[in-house]
Design a binder for this molecule. Sequence first.
Ligand code: KPL
Length: 339
Amino acid sequence: MDPTIHILGLGNLGKLFAHSLATKPNPPPLTLLLHRPNLYEIAKVKGLKIGIHYDGVWNWEGQYNAELVCMDDLPSPLDIKCISNLIVTTKSHKTAEALSMLKHRLTPLSTIIFIHNGMGVVEEVNKRVFPNPKERPHYSFGIASHGVYRTDDFTAVFAGHGSVIIGNPGVGNEKNSHGSYLLQQVIDSKLLGASEVPWDEFKLLQLQKLAVNAVINPLTALNDCLNGMLVEPSMVGGMRSDFDGLVSEISQVFCSLPELQEIPGLKERFSRESLRSAILNVASATSQNRSSMLQDVSKGSETEIHYINGYIVRRAQELGIECPVNMRMVADILAVAAK
Ligand code: KPL
């Protein structure tokens, strides 16, 4: 098997993953897949370097062990070798489109780790890119709770140390050995603080992360504040009541999801109190960070709202549950983004 790890998406998390893998002892060969031709040109001229600022130190490791591929310049599919290991860190709304450009290089023997905010992306990838289940690569998933913000195209600040939790779907809680090389490389790169959990537990943690993003991201984007504002006693009244409304709606939806009813402890995990403390813990650990949605809104970029609060609203509608605060967050973020 080709040990090269490809990374698709050189946003904040893509940079952090590239940096973490490239600076581990015995780094794997890395290929960063750039799909913006202007970025590709800059990297070609200046050499590909990724800088991450963390713990008060500017970590600039010089030239990375990476080969650059511009997807716009890809030769015909027959000339291209297959990708065995792929980490996808594109934004939720860009993932299906970006993967469709790599479809001819992915086989059922390839492993993809999807790292993104929100839910509903894989369903879209299956529908648009791999409609035939027999042609699908093996999918694994990662939940990243690190706070990272962009300084320029190739540099970022690692503002809040969180973790990466990996889930690899197997049968029930049995481990699936497919993709173990890629998962191990990620787990071994200490900076990422990555660990694997059983699949049922992963599904709960994925929803918990969705709840974190569904509260922190729109509230910080609409109120133009750092994540830490959510743990401040001075949090303004409107923001506080939206916080409470979101937590209460999300708790009701998650506790009613039919696919989770067999998992023991569901109601306790997604009680209002548990969700509230999980959200406040992340807001406190990433207090100095500007959430990804605030960064998107400030840059005038498309946000991931359809995959975060939008996903919760869609699931609530299927279940006949009212979610007025989540609906308002979707509408308000779309309105701010349209300005
Ligand atoms: O995932 C994040 C995001 O900004 O999207 C958190 C964890 C809230 C960190 O800012």
